[in-house]
Design a binder for this molecule. Structure first.
Ligand SMILES: [Zn+2]
Length: 379
């Protein structure tokens, strides 16, 4: 294996792994983890997600007779993530400015693997350890959604997938994805506009009434995409809108979703036109609601938070907890009965070509994982 965590991180980010193309990095990780003494296998999640390999599951047996502890990170990156050329600039690692760096989430992967490497080399007795490296996190947390949870014996764990080293995210919202179709009626815009129902106009009228942006401290709503119409001389008969609602409260999530549906239906019901046979044609709305992910909230005095804070104190890191605004693999693990908090790795400015990580943070994150394993094994 590589000589330092920096070299190891370099080797990982140089393997292209945009979402659903994780096979190359997964095979390298399988090799490294096996060499460190793990039993490694892949599930079949990719048969559902359309990727080229499944989620990686690794089990390290331990001499301390306890339930295992779980660490998780995702193998895929966002775009542009092909041909990443990492470089060291003073105290940090960056890309060459044409791609992302991939510290989201390869810093997490490197820290987990490196901590285990150091633990196995130092002969410290530890509890069994489980690792899940997921696929397709960045495209709707699909890997963890389709993970074979029967493989996992841990009751709790950490997803290394946020910013400041040691900082904990202990809650995240639920999300509803809305696909909205507004149907009007086509007509020649110059010759007989009165025979048409303009779907763009109806959609616009409804959207003006939508509750958008931050609704309260727990709830947000956004329209992210709209498409419709064919040409300026045709009254458009069709508009497609994509929107989302997020909330830490299930009740508010349903309320805002319902509000959007009612606004659309009420607006559409105001518009009708007679066709050539004298039949009344009404504007119509179809709404397809899908649950994107399920919220979770861990308690401040949960064992998992206490454990993380013990490690933080030991490494002189601040003991902060916060509630996140987005969905991640942790949502799916928590939904499947495995308590999971999200912890920082030092990744910065992720999803941009300015992404970077401080070398000291990359190293500190591995020490954090090591410390958590040690403390847990002695608890
Ligand atoms: Zn991530």
């Amino acid at each position: 294996m590589e000589k330092s965590i920096v070299d190891y991180f370099f080797s990982l980010v140089q393997i292209d792994s945009e979402s659903k193309q994780e096979k190359d990095i997964a095979l390298k990780l399988e090799k490294d983890l096996t060499a460190l003494g793990a039993e490694v296998r892949f599930d079949k999640a990719n048969e559902k997600t359309g990727g080229n390999i499944g989620n990686l599951y690794a089990y390290f047996p331990g001499k301390v007779d306890k339930e295992p502890i779980l660490f998780c990170a995702h193998m895929d990156t966002v775009k542009p993530g092909i041909g990443i050329k990492p470089q060291i600039l003073k105290d940090r690692i960056t890309s060459d400015g044409t791609t992302i760096l991939g510290s989201d989430d390869k810093s997490g992967i490197a820290q987990i693997v490196w901590a285990i490497k150091e633990i196995s080399e130092s002969n410290i007795s530890h509890s069994p350890i489980e690792i899940v490296f997921t696929i397709a996190e960045e495209v709707g947390i699909l890997g963890s959604k389709n993970l074979d949870y029967s493989l996992i014996k841990s009751k709790f764990g950490f997803a290394l997938d946020s910013r400041d080293v040691g900082s904990l995210t202990i809650g995240a919202p639920s999300e509803n994805d809305l696909k909205i179709f507004v149907h009007g009626k086509e007509a020649h815009a110059g010759v007989e506009p009165e025979k048409g129902l303009n779907a763009i106009m109806i959609a616009a009228e409804a959207i003006r009434e939508f509750p958008l942006g931050r609704i309260d401290e727990e709830t947000t709503c956004n329209i992210g995409k709209i498409a419709g119409g064919k040409a300026t001389n045709i009254i458009p008969n069709y508009v497609e809108i994509e929107a989302e609602v997020r909330s830490h409260s299930e009740e508010k999530l349903q309320k805002v979703t319902q509000q959007i549906c009612s606004i659309l239906e009420e607006t559409a019901s105001k518009y009708q036109v007679e066709n050539t046979e004298g039949k009344i044609i009404y504007a119509k709305v179809e709404i397809d609601i899908k649950k994107g992910y399920q919220s979770f909230r861990l308690k401040e005095d949960d064992e998992i938070v206490t454990l993380a804070h013990k490690a933080n104190k030991n490494l002189v890191l601040p003991c902060t907890t916060s509630i996140g605004g987005g969905g991640s693999d942790a949502n799916n693990f928590n939904q499947n009965g495995i308590k999971m908090a999200i912890v920082g790795t030092g990744m910065n400015r992720v999803h941009t070509v300015d992404e970077f990580i401080l070398i000291s943070d990359l190293e500190k994150g591995a020490q954090w994982v090591k410390k958590v394993i040690k403390i847990y094994s002695q608890m």
